[in-house]
Design a protein around this ligand. Structure first.
Ligand code: PBG
Length: 324
């Protein structure tokens, strides 16, 4: 009779032992809740492909963020839906713009809540691209940097705790860092969307933010899903330009990238469990094909196990409730 030399099942026999040797923790303290904020005091507007997620007025956002914070979620990530869009994305850096007003209201109501703002132009441009579009239809990198820096400064002035550039222009982290330092925001962290892939999983978000590009696509600035080595280069560059946290996005299809970025940079890594990942689980759960709670906890634990310190997820409130 041959006996196995080691018996790994011994430590699986009771919940107590399983808990003691668990390698990865998933708690609300790692989660960030994304929120879509709009002007006016109308009703919450649902987002069709994201059941449970709604566009909120500023006062509704204050309420929602308060609930999330009460559940142990330390941070929110804000996306603004401006009243008007134009070629210069002026709503993005308007001192009285939707994000700027929302940040002030959130910080006043919940001073302990960490308010992170998404810094990009796509929700504010009439054409839906993440930067300034030239006559030939291309996105101009360096003209865009100026507008992104203005946007970040306006968020900082409103009281944001961190800014998160998601545009994927080259040099944006350095441009933001220089401008923030010059304006006396030396201690304001930059959470850089470093490895942001040109992904089909952003579909529901673009419905929510009405930010689908009117022509072309984002492949001239967002990354090719086939590239992991390049993701490491992007992350290292962002760190060298002053990023405090680097992000990989989407999360679940890119667990290998999360791991490689973590090992290469040794800085905190955030992973964005994006709108399409959320929609996929919600749809399967609604059809009765998957158990939502089990799947979500497994997915988020896997994202943490891959190396993510922070997980941005539309499921944040539900997860915090499940983990209570
Ligand atoms: C803006 C931005 C996008 C997302 C976050 N910031 C959309 C895009 O690049 O088209 C997607 C988030 C999600 O799908 O949940 N550039």
């Amino acid at each position: 009779m041959a006996f196995p030399a080691t018996r790994l099942r011994r430590l699986r026999k009771t919940g107590v032992l399983r808990d003691m040797v668990r390698e990865t923790e998933l708690t609300p303290s790692h989660l960030v809740l994304p929120m879509f904020v709009q002007l006016g005091e109308g009703d919450r507007t649902p987002i069709e492909a994201m059941p449970g997620v709604e566009r909120l007025s500023i006062s509704q956002a204050v309420e929602e963020a308060g609930q999330a914070h009460g559940l142990g979620i330390p941070a929110v990530l804000l996306f603004g839906l401006p009243a008007d869009k134009d070629e210069q994305a002026s709503g993005a850096y308007d001192e009285e713009g939707v994000v700027q007003l929302a940040v002030r209201a959130l910080k006043e109501a919940h001073p302990e809540l960490v308010v992170i703002t998404d810094v990009c132009l796509c929700g504010y441009t009439s054409h839906g691209h993440c930067g300034v579009v030239l006559d030939d239809g291309t996105v101009d990198n360096d003209l865009t940097l100026e507008l992104l820096a203005r946007t970040a400064i306006s968020h900082a002035r409103a009281g944001a705790d961190a800014v998160a550039p998601s545009d994927m222009m080259d040099g944006r982290v350095g441009a933001l860092r220089a401008q923030l330092d010059a304006e006396d925001f030396k201690d304001l962290p930059i959470v850089a969307y470093s490895a942001k892939f040109a992904s089909a999983f952003y579909g529901p978000f673009r419905e929510a933010a009405d930010s689908a590009p009117a022509f072309g696509d984002r492949r001239t600035y967002q990354m090719d899903p086939a590239n992991a080595e390049e993701a490491v280069r992007e992350a290292l560059l962002d760190v060298s330009e002053g990023a405090d946290v680097v992000m990989v996005k989407p999360a679940l299809p890119y667990l290998d990238v999360i791991r490689r970025v973590k090992e290469a940079t040794r800085v905190p890594v955030a992973a964005y469990n994006v709108s399409g990942e959320y929609a996929m689980v919600k749809a399967a759960a609604a059809a009765g094909y998957l158990d939502e709670r089990g799947v979500v906890l497994e997915v988020l634990t896997a994202i943490r196990r891959a190396g993510a310190d922070i997980v941005i997820t539309y499921h944040a409130k539900q997860v915090a409730e499940w983990l209570r």
